[in-house]
Structure formats: structure tokens, C-alpha cells
Design a protein around this ligand. Structure first.
Ligand code: ITT
Length: 197
């Protein structure tokens, strides 16, 4: 299947390809006027609402034949820290760009309870049908930056059952087997393969 992924994050694209291409899908980036388009992010505390809004915006940017012949993928994700009542959550991208990893480590410096989770909501529009799947990966915020792989919060995110490695210290395929995005994409590919499940 030809899947057009509407994202401005090249690392998300890499991770989706890592997961979906071995299953025989061809994942390409949505490009409008030579670049990934900007989306208006609705003011919402729900990843699901943001993802569905982006999906509708992406469809409006495509030709009728692309909408008929391709699947359109959108994914919204974020890091939710338990002791900060889910912050940065839907604001993860903005918070990463403004205070970054050091800012999060500073916010957490006195905190002993370091549990958190990554969440992903994936929306695929295919032949007029919307398929929505989700994935969650529980873990802990580390005390320091570890590794330089992945993107975003990966160097301070230690998934449960990872033998003490951060996502920033893992290969793409190791991350994909544990990650929120990997789980959400797994559920999506199962929903595509067995539509009645
Ligand atoms: P889009 O163009 O797809 O929206 P984005 O990076 O802005 O790309 P989101 O709005 O979904 O994506 O924001 C997700 C942010 O959450 C992302 O920028 C990271 O800071 C963080 N995040 C989500 N998944 C992550 C992951 O697997 N590893 C590290 N950080 C992640």
C-alpha cells in the first residue's frame, strides 16, 4: 500500500518506515510546494483530537485521486510525566524546543517519583475509512542525558524492561519493539490486514 505520512518530523518518518516497509508498505512524506506543510494545531489537551484535526487538514491538501488511491497517515505523540500531572503532554514538541532536555531534568531534579509514559495516536484514512490506533510506552525519566540516538526526549527516557538503556542508547529496531509509536503502528498494520478485528 502507498502511505502518505503527513509529518514535519523526519525521525517519525524513519520510525514509521522501519516498521511498515518490511510489511510491504511504501511510506512517503506529504510534500506540498516542495516541503512538508504546516498544520494548525487545535488547542486541545487530547492527542486524539489533535491527530484527527491534522488528518482532516492533510486530506484537504491532497488531490482527489491521491485521496482515492493512497492511505494518509498522521501521528500525534507526546511525553506525559506522572508527577507533573502529564506535562508536557500535547505540548511536548514546544517544550522540547524551548526548555529542552536540561529544562525537564531541572524540573525533575528534586523528584523521586520519575514514572512517565510516551503516548502515540495514529490516524490512517483509507478509502474514506478512518482507522485510529494508540500505543503507550511506560518508563522513567533518567537523572542524566544518556545516548544520542532517537530524537526528542529519548536520551532521558528509560523504558520499563530495557536493562537500563535509554531510548537514546538503542538502535531504531530496538526502540521500535518497545515504543508507543511501534505499538500504535503494530495495531494499525493488524487493523489493515484484518479489517474486522
Ligand atoms: P509532526 O509534524 O508529526 O506533528 P512533531 O515532532 O511536531 O511532528 P508532535 O506534535 O506529535 O510531533 O509532537 C511530538 C513531540 O513529542 C516530539 O516533537 C517529541 O518532542 C516528543 N516525542 C514524541 N514521540 C517521541 C519519541 O518517540 N521519542 C522522543 N520524543 C518523542
Amino acid at each position: 500500500m502507498r502511505i502518505i505520512f503527513a509529518t514535519g518530523n523526519s525521525k517519525k518518518l524513519d520510525e514509521a518506515r522501519e516498521y511498515l516497509e518490511p510489511l510491504g508498505h511504501n511510506v512517503e512524506l506529504l510534500i506540498i510546494d516542495g516541503q512538508p506543510p504546516d498544520f494548525i494545531e487545535p488547542q486541545s489537551s487530547e492527542l486524539m483530537e489533535v491527530a484527527i484535526s491534522k488528518s482532516k487538514q492533510a486530506i484537504n491538501m491532497l488531490s482527489e485521486s491521491e485521496v482515492m488511491n493512497c492511505a494518509i497517515l498522521v501521528e500525534d505523540s507526546g511525553l506525559f510525566i506522572d508527577s507533573l500531572n502529564g506535562f508536557p503532554g500535547v505540548y511536548s514538541s514546544y517544550v522540547f524546543e524551548t526548555i529542552g532536555l536540561d529544562g525537564i531534568l531541572k524540573l525533575m531534579s528534586e523528584e523521586r517519583k520519575r514514572h512517565c509514559e510516551y503516548r502515540a495516536v495514529t490516524v490512517l484514512m483509507m478509502n474514506g475509512t478512518r482507522i485510529v490506533t494508540t500505543g503507550v510506552c511506560r518508563g522513567k525519566i533518567g537523572e542524566n542525558i544518556c545516548g544520542d540516538g532517537g530524537f526528542g526526549y529519548d536520551p532521558i527516557f528509560f523504558p520499563d524492561d530495557s536493562n537500563g538503556l535509554s531510548f537514546g542508547q538503542m538502535s531504531k529496531s530496538q526502540k521500535s519493539t518497545l515504543s508507543h509509536r511501534g505499538k500504535s503502528l503494530k495495531a494499525l498494520s493488524e487493523a489493515i490486514t484484518h479489517p474486522s478485528m
